[in-house]
Design a protein around this ligand. Structure first.
Ligand code: ATP
Length: 247
């Protein structure tokens, strides 16, 4: 679904590359955490998938296509297949929950009938039934992020990219958001989530790709991790929520 083949990104020749010849593959239907310190290259990775920037070297494939070969007039089509969620929600403040989600369908020309049918379904998926007429300022942070997720997935993208989606939320609210992302993944969407939250990474038991200074420091495949599970202690005595396996 996403393949990086020796991908390098250099923003500035005088500094080290933001991504330094990385190769990895994320299959359709996977849930992958992208972790690493600030400046390790996570956002650059996501930007290259969206073709918001171009690689300096190597090839980025998304859904089997070399993104360098996608002409600018076809970039919107590429992005329609990719939902994006950010730390700061980015909702339209003057629109209701329903209208925020509906807007994503209107801009690609969906009919009013389809919108009226689909938006309530997706709001149910993210747990926002009954909140259709609220405006963003009448919602908690966790609810606002649920709206942002609903908007990102309403057009059924094959890929959902989430850049620190729990960065502004407390641990309990974050866990609720993770359950929503997990549900979306189980419905077939490939999810790539950049995060600094070790507790969430440990809790969710998914593949973890760790970047450091633009290189892949570790890539714990889900299958390997699952086979390790019986020998991992059930709980970390220190932090309660953490199983400690990824520390
Ligand atoms: N537009 C840009 N111009 C120049 N350098 C940039 C640009 N964007 C990122 N960089 C540099 O590239 C490197 C990787 O940055 P990136 O934003 O991908 O890291 P990150 O892991 O997402 O960090 P954070 O967790 O803080 O968001 C950093 O050294 C950063 O300073």
């Amino acid at each position: 679904m996403i393949r990086f083949d020796n991908v390098t990104k250099i923003y500035d020749q005088k500094t080290r590359p933001a991504l330094d010849s990385i190769s990895l593959e994320i299959d359709r239907g996977e849930f992958v955490f992208l972790v690493g310190a600030s400046g390790s290259g996570k956002s650059t990775f996501l930007r290259l998938v969206l073709k918001e920037d171009h690689a300096t070297g190597g090839i980025v494939y998304v859904a089997g296509q070399n993104v360098a070969n996608i002409s600018s007039w076809r970039v919107p089509k590429l992005r329609r297949g990719i939902g994006v969620v950010f730390q700061d929600f980015r909702l339209l403040p003057n629109k209701t929950v329903f209208a925020n989600v509906a807007f994503a369908m209107q801009v690609i020309g969906k009919s009013r009938g389809i919108i009226r049918e689909t938006v309530p379904e997706v709001l149910k998926t993210v747990g926002l039934e009954g909140k259709e007429n609220r405006r963003p300022h009448e919602l908690s942070g966790g609810e606002q992020q649920r709206v942002a997720i609903a908007r990102a997935v309403v057009n059924k993208p094959g890929i959902l990219l989430a850049d620190e989606p729990t960065g502004n939320l407390d641990p309990t609210t974050s866990l609720g958001i993770m359950k929503v992302l997990d549900k979306i993944n189980r419905n077939g969407t490939t999810v790539v989530m950049a995060t600094h939250d070790d507790d969430i990474v440990n809790e969710m038991r998914k593949r973890v790709i760790e970047l450091r200074n633009g290189v892949v420091l570790r890539d714990e495949a889900k299958a390997l991790y699952t086979s390790m599970m019986p020998i991992i202690p059930a709980a970390d005595s220190g932090s309660g929520r953490s199983a400690g396996a990824h520390k």
